[in-house]
Design a protein around this ligand. Structure first.
Ligand code: ZN
Length: 323
């Protein structure tokens, strides 16, 4: 019995020693692994924070730069406008006018004498969108009324936006229901169907019977498979006034910076007594929203300049139709 007992005790002791040795090795190893993992995580978090900080810093620096550039552009435009006013402003010719060289066709009737007030009509095409609320808030903050050439978006979330355009005092105008050139301009019938669909949709949504229209792509577009002259004549028969633009913010391209849009608008309006300014209301046109406060501040700082919504009495701006 005794040697057996002894043997057993030795066995137990050996196990205890082995366990102790294993623990002595394993515990520090485990600790090392835990500490190393935590350290890694901490370093990752630190790296991320550092990246974030750098991003914020760059973003802030960039913002300061373009804000300064925008303010400089606005100041320059105001100065130019003052200089031009003192030197008289006769040049309604194209100047730096962008792209299609839009001109007022104006029937041959005598041009009424200019009353010395420069009128600027800001217009926003293609809405409503996720940007509309921001645009509307900026306009409200500056006490400016504008014109929205909207399309048909039966989505419930836009119902409120169509109505906010109206209740904020802006002009709700039409820009086709579908905005699909291939459908809209396919034939006179498809144009009529689209027009009435939008007119009825806007009436049902807001109670406004719209009588102002802007052709997608403008009246001088090259996409129409139907004679634009016939479509214009149809609008006339329907008592709908249509508008192109003579100042192009250039934001249709999607790559314009806020600074470029501001410069184009402020330079463009120098050429006209009545400027209809083309801008866009779309989710991906964030730079338009960024540019808007500076554009408005510059225009409001100019003497004898009014920012107005288009009405049926506004003198229409029509591109020269070449086809
Ligand atoms: Zn459009």
């Amino acid at each position: 019995m005794e040697p057996k007992d002894h043997k057993k005790r030795i066995q137990i002791l050996r196990r205890v020693i082995l366990l102790a040795v294993a623990a002595a090795i394993m515990i520090p190893v485990m600790l090392c692994i835990i500490i190393a993992t935590r350290y890694d995580r901490a370093m990752d978090a630190l790296d991320r924070s550092r990246e974030e900080l750098t991003w914020y810093k760059n973003h802030y620096d960039a913002r300061e730069t373009w804000e300064a550039a925008l303010t400089a552009a606005a100041t320059q435009a105001v100065e130019q406008s003052r200089a031009q006013e003192t030197g008289g402003m006769g040049n309604t010719a194209g100047g730096d006018a962008p792209e299609a060289e839009p001109q007022e066709t104006g029937e041959e009737e005598a041009v009424p004498e200019w009353d010395g007030i420069r009128r600027v009509y800001l217009t926003f095409d293609d809405g409503p969108s996720s940007s509309t609320d921001d645009i509307l808030s900026i306009l409200r903050d500056y006490g400016v009324r504008a014109t929205f050439f909207v399309i048909g978006k039966p989505d419930k979330r836009y119902e409120e936006i169509y109505n906010r355009i109206v209740t904020d005092g802006h002009t709700l105008a039409m820009h086709s229901y579908s905005h699909k050139y291939s459908v809209l301009y396919e034939s006179m019938e498809s144009f009529q169907t689209d027009l009435h669909k939008l007119q009825n949709f806007l009436y049902d949504t807001t109670g406004i019977w719209c009588k102002l229209y802007r052709f997608p792509g403008g009246s001088s577009n090259n996409a129409s498979g139907t004679d634009m002259g016939e479509l214009m004549a149809y609008l006339d028969r329907e008592n709908i006034t249509w508008f192109d633009w003579n100042v192009d913010g250039g934001d249709a391209s999607g790559s314009m910076s806020a600074y470029q849009i501001t410069e184009r608008v402020l330079n463009g309006i120098q050429d006209y007594h009545n400027s209809v300014v083309l801008l866009h209301d779309a989710a991906n046109k964030q730079t338009t929203v960024e540019a808007l406060p500076t554009i408005i501040e510059a225009l409001q700082a100019m003497d004898d300049t009014e920012l107005l919504p288009i009405t049926e009495d506004t003198e229409p701006i029509h591109h020269v139709v070449t086809r």
